[in-house]
Design a protein around this ligand. Structure first.
Ligand SMILES: [Mg+2]
Ligand SMILES: [Zn+2]
Length: 196
């Protein structure tokens, strides 16, 4: 039930997950992939698993980043990491009360809809608690990849924690270490994140 199942899609947070987090970055020259990102994406693409980006960009709402600058940064991300099957972007801030800014589930639901898969068939990969909350709220499987800025309580509360993006893909494709994934995330067995 748990092993060897391919997810419908893997949805990645952008900043601090796919690329180094440069707050409110509008400069494509400052885009730097996280270690293992390119190979992790390549493995998913080879396995025919759609990959997407789900990203909060409140710098737009704050006026710190123009939509055009954001587009240029995203284009640079695709130059370095290859094309994504969907992008779901929230350009609002907390005070806007939108339904897409993580921890709300809107970006996960939107990306899943674009890819024509159920959110329950999706894996959400991120570096902070907001990503995991969005996954949980959408019914997706969340995997946290902590960085230096991830808080201890976010790690403790995460449904599943991976060492890095290589470990994420190992878990997602069940190439290796599926018993570890099962131990780390007993609720995925209890609730079931498979297709129905
Ligand atoms: Mg992040
Ligand atoms: Zn929003």
């Amino acid at each position: 039930m748990f092993e060897k199942r391919r997810p419908g899609a893997v949805l990645f947070d952008r900043d601090g997950t796919l690329i180094r987090d440069v707050p409110y970055n509008g400069d494509p020259n400052r885009v730097e992939p996280m270690p293992g990102a390119l190979e992790a994406l390549a493995r998913l693409r080879r396995a025919d698993v759609p990959v997407a980006v789900v990203t909060n960009q409140s710098g737009v709402a704050k006026g710190l980043l123009s939509p055009d600058e954001m587009d240029q940064v995203n284009a640079r991300v695709e130059e370095l990491l290859g094309p994504f099957d969907a992008w779901a972007i929230c350009v609002h801030d907390d005070a806007d009360g939108c339904t897409c800014r993580k921890p709300a589930p809107g970006l996960v639901i939107r990306a899943a809809a674009v890819l024509d898969v159920s959110p329950r068939d999706c894996v959400v990969v991120g570096d902070i608690g907001r990503d995991m909350e969005a996954a949980r709220a959408a019914g997706a499987r969340g995997i946290l990849v902590p960085t230096d800025v991830t808080r201890q309580e976010e790690i403790e509360q995460a449904p599943e924690v991976a060492d890095d993006l290589t470990d994420v893909v190992d878990r997602v494709l069940s190439d290796t270490a599926s018993p570890v994934a099962a131990i780390a995330a007993p609720w995925t067995r209890a609730i079931g994140w498979s297709r129905w």
